[in-house]
Design a protein around this ligand. Structure first.
Ligand code: GLN
Length: 447
């Protein structure tokens, strides 16, 4: 703990942590030392973990990096976080992110931007940028982030670490401040597959507070990392041939596929005609869900309330106008539009139907193949400001990550070399729902 606290201080300018629980984590460390000496410590004894600023932690502030939640104190603890604590992990602080998890660069945060530790003129990715940089810069061992459309995998790729999004419903969402409830997952950042697998086996599993959480038994992923079989791997033609794909990323991805073929695995190109519908489907459905989820922030129940109101109506309006950032407002408007009476069928219903097609295609493909491999992102970490004036360019960054989110299947990003400027490249591997163990063992073999 002292080691990490020291690093957090020296690297404070990266702006990964928005709050450090200095005193309580030092005290916890002593308690756990005591437990260890008595042989009574939990499975994560002494593991130092940071949590994204969208996870409630009782007695602590939680802002979702939004001005509208300034001063909000969590009344309860996120199930995933509680399970870490129960196994004697040490929660060292909360981590910066894009407001309500909306963004791909961590530039939309009331706490300011987070710097990529490898090149401080570049973004760390988003929305879980702080969670990624905390692991990248050695500010703690593991972090929790959330992944709705890529927010764990994309920043992991941009910072050269491992980022895992589990199957939707594998980890309870209780305590996670919602962005888009049918997409939201809690994911894990780490340096090694083993640490990731170990933390996943602790946080996964049914929770009576989240009725959508799965009752399927949780395996001991960290003990199932051995890999010695021949597998079938698909890659998607439209993805690998995408004009948006940076050449070095294409090269590095193809060389992994070549290596797998050489080792006797079956690798096959598959056509994916739905690729062009991924982003529209994702952005219609997530903005619709966000506009509904964010209606609870009205100045009455949580956090910020405008001091400028003169009646109830203006209290609502001004609180929301002053409290929400630009990107969040854009999404509330988009979501409200696609849900409006005259456009509901044309956008929301249609997108639900396309979601089903994408999910069926992906699951069927993953019945025929063990894994789908593709790049995590079309480009490596871009410069600050490069996309911030152009929301559509920013949304295009999520091209490869949203398929797993729309389909609910698990996906992981692992480091796969660097581009010509030395920035890390991510390789994404997807497997069918609840195949976390298979995903971990295969990526452990690849890395
Ligand atoms: N960049 C995507 C978005 O802004 C993903 C966000 C996320 O996964 N939380 O919606």
């Amino acid at each position: 703990v002292s080691h990490y606290l020291q690093n957090i201080t020296t690297k404070a300018h990266l702006n990964a942590f928005v709050e450090v629980y200095t005193q309580s984590s030092l005290e916890r460390a002593e308690e756990i030392d005591e437990k260890i000496s008595k042989g009574k410590a939990g499975k994560l004894a002494g593991m130092v973990i940071g949590i994204k600023d969208v996870l409630n932690y009782a007695g602590h502030e939680s802002n979702a990096s939004s001005a509208i939640l300034k001063g909000y104190q969590a009344q309860f603890t996120t199930t995933a976080v509680q399970r870490l604590i129960d196994e004697d992990a040490i929660i060292i602080g909360r981590l910066n992110c894009d407001e309500f998890g909306m963004g791909s660069s961590n530039e939309n945060s009331t706490h300011g931007r987070v710097l990529n530790a490898l090149d401080e003129s570049r973004v760390p990715g988003g929305s879980s940028g702080g969670s990624a940089v905390a692991v990248q810069a050695n500010l703690c061992t593991v972090t929790l982030g959330t992944d709705t459309g890529g927010s764990v995998r994309q920043p992991a790729a941009f910072t050269g670490i491992i980022g895992m999004k589990p199957t939707y419903s594998r980890v309870s969402r209780w305590g996670l401040i919602a962005y888009a409830s049918t997409f939201d997952t809690i994911g894990i950042f780490s340096r090694t597959v083993k640490d990731n697998a170990l933390v996943m086996e602790i946080i996964a599993g049914h929770d009576e507070f989240d009725s959508t959480s799965s009752r399927k038994p949780v395996l001991h992923y960290s003990e199932l990392l051995h890999f010695d079989k021949k597998v079938k791997v698909a890659f998607l033609k439209e993805a690998i041939e995408s004009p948006a794909l940076q050449p070095e990323i294409k090269e590095n991805t193809l060389s992994v596929l070549d290596k797998l073929t050489a080792e006797g695995h079956e690798v096959k190109e598959v056509k994916f005609p739905l690729l062009k519908y991924l982003l529209p489907t994702y952005y219609i459905l997530t903005t619709a869900e966000a506009s509904s989820n964010l209606s609870r922030f009205d100045g009455v129940k949580y956090g910020y309330r405008t001091p400028n109101a003169h009646n109830l109506e203006s209290m609502y309006k001004l609180t929301r106008s002053e409290g929400f950032g630009e990107e969040v407002k854009r999404r509330i408007m988009l979501g409200t539009f696609v849900l409006s009476a005259s456009y509901y069928d044309a956008y929301f219903t249609k997108a639900q139907q396309v979601r089903r097609l994408i999910k069926d295609f992906t699951e069927n493909l993953l019945n025929d193949f063990d894994y789908i491999i593709m790049p995590t992102t079309p480009s490596t970490a871009f410069k600050f400001g490069e996309h911030s004036g152009d929301p559509v360019a920013m949304y295009l960054e999520d091209l490869f990550t949203v398929q797993a989110s729309v389909s609910g299947v698990p996906a992981i990003s692992i480091p796969n070399g660097t581009d010509n400027s030395g920035m890390p490249i991510g390789l994404q591997v997807m497997a069918n729902s609840f195949k976390e163990a298979e995903l971990y063992s295969f990526t452990n073999y690849l890395s």
